[in-house]
Design a protein around this ligand. Sequence first.
Ligand SMILES: CC(C)(COP(=O)(O)OP(=O)(O)OC[C@H]1O[C@@H](n2cnc3c(N)ncnc32)[C@H](O)[C@@H]1OP(=O)(O)O)[C@@H](O)C(=O)NCCC(=O)NCCS
Length: 183
Amino acid sequence: MPPESTEVQVSAGTEADLDALTDLYNHYVRDTPITFDTAVFTPEERRPWLLSHLKDGRHPLLVARDPATDRLLGYATASPFRPKAAYATSVEVTVYCAPDAAGRGVGTLLYEALFAALDGQDLHRAYAGIALPNEASARLHARFGFRLVGTYREVGRKFGRYWDVAWYEKDLGPGAEADYDRD
Ligand SMILES: CC(C)(COP(=O)(O)OP(=O)(O)OC[C@H]1O[C@@H](n2cnc3c(N)ncnc32)[C@H](O)[C@@H]1OP(=O)(O)O)[C@@H](O)C(=O)NCCC(=O)NCCS
């Protein structure tokens, strides 16, 4: 059983996490429409993704672990939103928990750490695309101040059917509200 979220440790991801990160992500590739990747990755195929998040502070990879077992419970990333230069002040964020660690506050811990890491970077907007339906993700993003921008209808096909993606936006940097809703 995963620990209570108060015991979970969040830290920067490293190359030593590659196998566990690949395993966790492959679950969502193989069994869900949550990611639009359709073929599972080997760790070597996934390595460029991991390395791209170790290059600079604007695009971090954070991991959550169970300190008792060192098991990976989840991760969050910020990635370049689009490659063209003027998009450099925007990032796309995402977060994945191990299936048995979801709904226990790990996603919230990861996003708290991710947005703390992004604070002070020269960034202006964060975006998140949520394949629908995904109530947990919609609620997590709302909790962190994301606003729904709009929904791309049937933008991806997986498991023989089309899926909608809702795009959410959050302000970053100076002027952004301290908008984590702590209840
Ligand atoms: C989405 C995800 C990252 C959220 O992280 P989490 O640790 O489960 O969420 P938390 O326990 O921190 O709770 C965050 C919010 O989600 C809600 N939530 C969590 N699990 C839920 C569920 N199964 N159904 C509905 N709401 C749920 C919580 O009630 C909370 O809402 P609130 O702020 O309104 O109280 C996690 O569920 C997950 O990894 N899901 C599968 C992968 C995924 O969907 N990733 C996001 C891709 S866009």
